[in-house]
Design a protein around this ligand. Structure first.
Ligand SMILES: Nc1ncnc2c1ncn2[C@@H]1O[C@H](COP(=O)(O)OP(=O)(O)OP(=O)(O)O)[C@@H](O)[C@H]1O
Ligand SMILES: [Mg+2]
Length: 405
């Protein structure tokens, strides 16, 4: 039930020094909301931004050395901003609940003398109850440091300790300490933070992947490419038929020709989806269904997840969708997210139609500067944009008309 209020990225490709929202080092920033849309011209760093989250996830899963190579990243030197000799670093500023004190996670990755990436520094901090200053409850430099047990306490800048401190000496400096310590119940806060990171969903839905044959096995969550869509549909159809009905209704609003969608187990134990269309008495199977229909179906399954994943990043959700669906889809995402810290979505988009449903605070523009690196600016910081939006001018129309962006 957490929300990222801000993130700072340093030396990650074209994002040499970029801050979105409020962070520990940028306290004057306005926190990010439940929906953040990143826009900008080709090459401005939108996919790089999405990959920051993918990279952090990969660091947890496979360690920093492999994460630098995974996903065609090409290794540490290809990833690090050209010309920079500093570590790649991230700062995530997040709140577990609306009323809880924010936590900062800092991660710095560098290379050793042999060129192998390792974790230079890792820190978690939180402000003390009723007092202003933050205490570090995890600090590890080159594998050595400390962590605090329980839900309170930490060490301040002067070394003053509150609570129960334990020394940490990691066997592997290529794996984040939060993975090791977060597996232990006594480090409650680290455990919860790790759970949050592990629940991130980076959506790279591919209709071709969704058309692949899938064996029957209900699954609660759509995976990265969506090649388990039939299993997720099977799960929802079985466990939550009312919600499945809602998904169908949402699709019918856009595609009235679809009368029914049904998961079907074949004799071979494979799972397919049957799409019933107006005018035909025979169903059409998912392997023959259109890209956009599969994509819409996947998005609505995602929007109606049981125990929803807290953080979702989607790249260009508009791809392959009819333009008239887009502001509806963005509006539906916004209203589903509401104002709670239940879920948070990040998207990248090139679509003014999608942006039309958003507010100036939701949208961040990435733009390359003279030095070749990108900087980020919130749409609400552009002159007139906020006022025009308050007068009812749609944000995507302003973007298209070059009021900003
Ligand atoms: N190590 C690096 N240092 C600086 N810039 C880099 C580095 N590696 C890649 N780049 C630049 O970063 C750019 C970022 O591309 P990215 O894919 O994030 O853009 P995008 O906004 O998603 O574009 P599109 O709209 O085309 O998808 C690349 O075009 C490349 O010029
Ligand atoms: Mg891109």
């Amino acid at each position: 039930m957490a929300r990222i209020e801000g993130i700072q990225i340093k030396n990650y490709g074209v994002l040499k020094d970029v801050v979105l929202g409020k962070t520990f080092s940028n306290q004057s920033g306005k926190p990010l909301g439940n929906l953040t849309a990143v826009i900008g011209s080709c090459g401005s760093g939108k996919s790089t931004m999405a990959d920051v989250f993918g990279f952090i996830s990969d660091c947890l899963r496979i360690g920093v050395e492999d994460a630098c190579e995974a996903n065609n990243r090409g290794g540490f030197e290809a990833l690090r901003s050209i010309g920079s000799e500093e570590p790649i670093s991230f700062e995530i500023y997040y709140r577990e609940k609306n009323n809880s004190r924010p936590i900062t996670y800092e991660l710095q990755i560098d290379i050793d003398k042999t060129g192998r990436p390792y974790i230079l520094e890792e820190r978690l901090r939180q402000r003390v109850k009723d007092k202003g200053w933050p205490l570090s409850f995890l600090y590890i430099k080159k594998g050595k440091g400390y962590a605090f047990i329980g839900t309170e306490g930490g060490q301040d800048e002067n070394g003053v300790i509150t609570g129960e401190k334990c020394d940490v000496d990691l066997a592997d400096i290529r794996r984040p300490g939060i993975v090791t310590l977060g597996a232990m119940k006594q480090y409650n806060r680290i455990e919860r933070f790790l759970d949050f990171l592990n629940s991130w969903y980076l959506c790279y839905f591919s209709p071709d992947a969704a058309r692949q044959m899938q064996t029957s096995m209900p699954q609660s969550y759509l995976n990265r490419t969506g090649n388990n869509i039939n299993n997720v549909a099977q799960f929802m159809y079985r466990d939550n038929p009312k919600i499945f009905e809602k998904v169908l209704e949402s699709i019918q609003q856009k595609l009235p020709g679809i009368t029914k969608i049904e998961p079907k187990k074949l004799e071979t134990s494979q799972m397919v989806l049957r799409f019933f269309e107006h005018g035909f008495d025979k169903p059409i199977y998912s392997n023959r269904m259109s890209d956009g229909t599969l994509k819409l179906f996947a998005y609505y399954l995602l929007l109606h997840e049981k125990n929803p994943r807290q953080f979702v990043f989607m790249e260009e959700p508009e791809n392959g969708l009819y333009h008239h669906f887009l502001d509806d889809l963005a509006g539906e995402i916004k209203s589903m997210l509401g104002n709670t810290t239940l879920r948070q979505f990040f998207v990248t988009t090139h679509s003014p139609f999608f942006v039309n449903a958003l507010t100036p605070d939701d949208v961040w523009v990435l733009k390359k500067g003279e030095d070749g690196f990108s900087y980020a600016k919130r749409a609400s910081e552009y002159e007139f944009v906020k006022e025009l939006a308050e007068e009812g001018v749609a944000l995507g129309d302003m973007w298209y008309s070059k009021y900003f962006g």
